[in-house]
Design a protein around this ligand. Structure first.
Ligand SMILES: Cc1cc2nc3c(=O)[nH]c(=O)nc-3n(C[C@H](O)[C@H](O)[C@H](O)COP(=O)(O)OP(=O)(O)OC[C@H]3O[C@@H](n4cnc5c(N)ncnc54)[C@H](O)[C@@H]3O)c2cc1C
Ligand code: FES
Length: 293
């Protein structure tokens, strides 16, 4: 497996994956609203950075007899803590197809095959905007996963952060326990919690006036939400990073399945040049065939 150099221009920010796929052990698999929190011990892997992801497959319930899922699936790491023996990783899953359904069926002690950490992590607020006074985290649905670990990293460094999370409806929401201790505002399209409407309504209010000059925005969510964040930030000159999704067959640069067009022409492979992308690098976050609904 290729341990790619950092082509995103960050000095040493990326944690490189050990070569090859390894076997982790599931510690817990619990419902969290409409999502699942899957926790596993990774005995041989390093501590990942927020924004990085793993390619996951279940040791059981995967492939065999020509059944899907066959390829591993990409998941952002939502929490990572050093443990007595390795690293304790937490993933937040939304059951949308055969891969996530198979992972949802794993129980304590089952094998979890993992490759990672992969990809570029989030930058520090001052790397995005030299005048940044803190960070604004904007999550949509299952997209809150990488922001949960980012929030913990920022808190550990004493960086002020405010989190804005939006959900379509109650069934498509969860993972809020990952945001304990955060200054948190919620939005929901069906009005079941917080502001009735889009999470970007909250962001627009937050970026009014002088706040824009000292903001650094980090967003992850469905393409339409990411595009709304990108436009809001571009219109106000606010620095932003977007954690994007695209179909990933390998996760480490070999298959070119994850190509995303760049503003200045050409493409990036989202698995090695992303998934965290400076919003200035893309013309639009609405890339055909990518992302959750
Ligand atoms: C970097 C990265 C990080 C990610 N992090 C997370 C995470 O933290 N949590 C999480 O739950 N997911 C995450 N994902 C998304 C997850 O990897 C995908 O949703 C994955 O494909 C799910 O696998 P599946 O087999 O369950 O569903 P799949 O069968 O792959 O289907 C996934 C989605 O695509 C739709 N779909 C499938 N086939 C088609 C088709 N032919 N035409 C149109 N739509 C189709 C399905 O309806 C479904 O909504 C991430 C993806 C990336 C790239
Ligand atoms: S997923 Fe294979 S090149 Fe990116």
């Amino acid at each position: 497996m290729a341990a790619a150099a950092d082509s995103g221009g960050r000095p040493g920010g990326r944690v490189l994956a050990p070569f090859g796929r390894r076997r982790g052990a599931v510690a817990d698999n619990a419902l969290s609203g409409g999502y699942r929190l899957l926790t596993a011990f990774d005995r041989e892997g390093p501590l990942p950075r927020a924004g990085q992801f793993y390619m996951l497959a279940g040791e059981r319930g995967w492939g065999g007899g020509g059944e899907r899922p066959f390829l591993p699936r990409a998941f952002s790491v939502a929490d990572a803590r050093p443990a007595d023996d390795g690293v304790r990783l937490t993933f937040l899953l939304e059951d949308v197809g055969p891969g996530t359904a198979a992972l949802a069926r794993l129980g304590a002690g089952d094998g979890l095959l993992l490759t990672g950490p992969l990809g570029r992590p989030f930058s520090a607020p001052r790397e995005l905007n030299a005048a940044a006074a803190g960070a604004i985290l904007v999550g949509g649905g299952i997209g809150l996963a990488p922001l949960a670990l980012l929030r913990r990293e920022l808190a550990a460094r004493g960086t002020p952060e405010r989190s804005l999370l939006g959900f379509r409806d109650q069934r498509h929401s969860g993972g809020l326990e990952l945001f304990r201790c955060s200054e948190l505002r919620l939005a929901s399209e069906d009005g079941h919690s917080g502001h009735r409407g889009y999470v970007t309504d909250l962001l627009a209010v937050m970026l009014e006036g002088d706040a824009a000059a000292t903001a650094a925005v980090y967003a992850c969510g469905p393409p339409a939400m990411l595009e709304a964040v990108r436009r809001l930030c571009a219109a106000r000159g606010v620095a932003a990073e977007l954690a994007m999704e695209s179909p990933m067959a390998c996760g480490y640069g070999a298959c070119y399945g994850c190509a995303v067009p760049l503003r200045d022409g050409g493409y990036m492979r989202l698995c090695v040049d992303g998934p965290v992308v400076n919003a200035d690098r893309i013309e639009s976050a609405l890339v055909v065939g990518t992302g959750h609904r």
